[in-house]
Design a protein around this ligand. Sequence first.
Ligand code: GLN
Length: 197
Amino acid sequence: MLIGVLALQGGFAAHARMLRELGATVREVRVPADLDGLDGLVIPGGESTTMTLGIEREGLGEPLRRFDGPVFGTCAGLIMLDREHLGMMDIQARRNAFGRQVRSFEADLEVAGLDGPPLRAVFIRAPWIAAHGDGVQIIAEVDGHAVAAQEGDILAVAFHPELGSDSRLHERFLAACAARTVGAGRTLDAMRRDSGA
Ligand code: GLN
């Protein structure tokens, strides 16, 4: 499975590492042609203003909006997906929502549909989801604030699942990518067997 990681800025390397450990082939995405043939796309954390400028500079806005496949956005990536940025998800992000002084914290999250113990989540100047449409399912909250959401094949989280060793959200994303890879007949389990992971 070929997964793209938007690599204009921010935490793309840690995502790439985790995806490779799970058996995916990773391509760093910097220009529109890099989106061709991908089975899924990750938009990492970083700084959403800088990322927006990079997307404009490279003419990536329209190609990203047209991307037809599962997308996983984390932290600034969640912001990029919202109504006011790429508009790929019917959510409205609030930047630095936990307050600038609360620069980072960790929390044990119950994520809907995730088996096993709570997910230890790292938040770094994180947004939250201030509003969302009916088609959006909120799958995790912190103090009553939505911090993870799913809309069709698009998954967005306000934290950094690529940091640390819990890869369950990346596995969930890759499972969605595998489900979309019509005719290839390759499941995530098969990929793991092939890669020895
Ligand atoms: N605060 C950043 C922004 O608004 C996001 C932080 C992050 O991605 N860790 O873009």
